[in-house]
Write a protein that binds this ligand. Structure first.
Ligand SMILES: *Cc1c(COP(=O)(O)O)cnc(C)c1O
Length: 233
């Protein structure tokens, strides 16, 4: 089949729609971010032509290369680990940075945003799995981190991002998603300056359906749309 990406997208969107229905949510509450890291422009353009405008990338160099050559109405999401010395390459170019995992990184984003006279929308990355190899702050520190970052100029904290553990059965991650949803609702109720806390970025190919049922407002799906990645090319 030569429209495989278009077909995959229909399937993923259907799954999101059904999950919304089961959870009594409106489909307009959930944004599908197509994760296109390692994938060539031709494949991304097929998704674009099928209507997708939100794309997620992990690597700064690959991201800026794609931004330069692809349609200007794409909203790019930086979802990979971000080093402070690379912040300057993406501030002002991306719609959202999902992977803010320290105050020092937020400070750098703030500094660069002031310099460029833009406001950067960010998510704080929360490590829910407590795996040592993963980035992100702990749920216990989430409120303190929101308060600290909210005081920096030219940043709006839109919410949280998390990557749940890779599990055979997505149901195993339901509690994690529900827990983070509860935390974000609590923090939203505090009406902290420069925060909206209306974005909860969680759910990947393996578990996005459960994530939507538990309150995700953005799901980051790569493999189910573009197929398996080959990192050796
Ligand atoms: C690669 C990646 C995804 C997409 O993963 P799939 O399992 O291919 O859907 C989502 N989020 C992050 C942070 C990623 O690095």
């Amino acid at each position: 089949m030569d429209n495989i990406i278009t077909e995959n997208l229909k399937q993923v969107q259907n799954n999101i729609n059904y999950a919304c229905e089961r959870a009594g949510r409106s489909t307009s509450e959930v944004t599908l971010v197509a994760v296109s890291k390692t994938k060539p422009v031709e494949m991304i353009m097929e998704a674009y032509n099928a209507g997708i405008r939100d794309f997620g990338e992990n690597y700064v160099q690959e991201l800026v290369d794609k931004i330069d050559i692809m349609p200007k109405d794409i909203r790019w999401h930086m979802i990979g680990h971000l080093q402070r010395n690379k912040v300057k390459y993406i501030v002002g170019k991306v719609a959202m940075i999902h992977s803010v995992d320290s105050l020092r990184l937020a400070e750098e984003i703030s500094k660069e945003s002031v310099k460029k006279n833009v406001v950067s929308e960010i998510l704080i990355e929360v490590n829910v799995g407590m795996e040592e190899s993963k980035f992100g702050i702990t749920t216990d520190n989430a409120l303190d981190m929101v308060i600290a970052i909210s005081q920096l100029p030219n940043i709006v904290i839109r919410g949280f991002m998390t990557s749940a553990p890779f599990v055979d059965n997505a149901e195993d991650n339901r509690k994690i998603f529900k827990g983070l949803h509860n935390i974000i609702v609590d923090i939203r109720d505090k009406n902290i300056d420069n925060t909206t806390m209306d974005v909860l970025s969680m759910g990947m190919t393996n578990d996005y359906i459960v994530a939507v049922e538990e309150g995700a407002s953005m799901v980051r799906v790569g493999t189910a749309i573009f197929g398996a990645r080959n990192y050796n090319i």
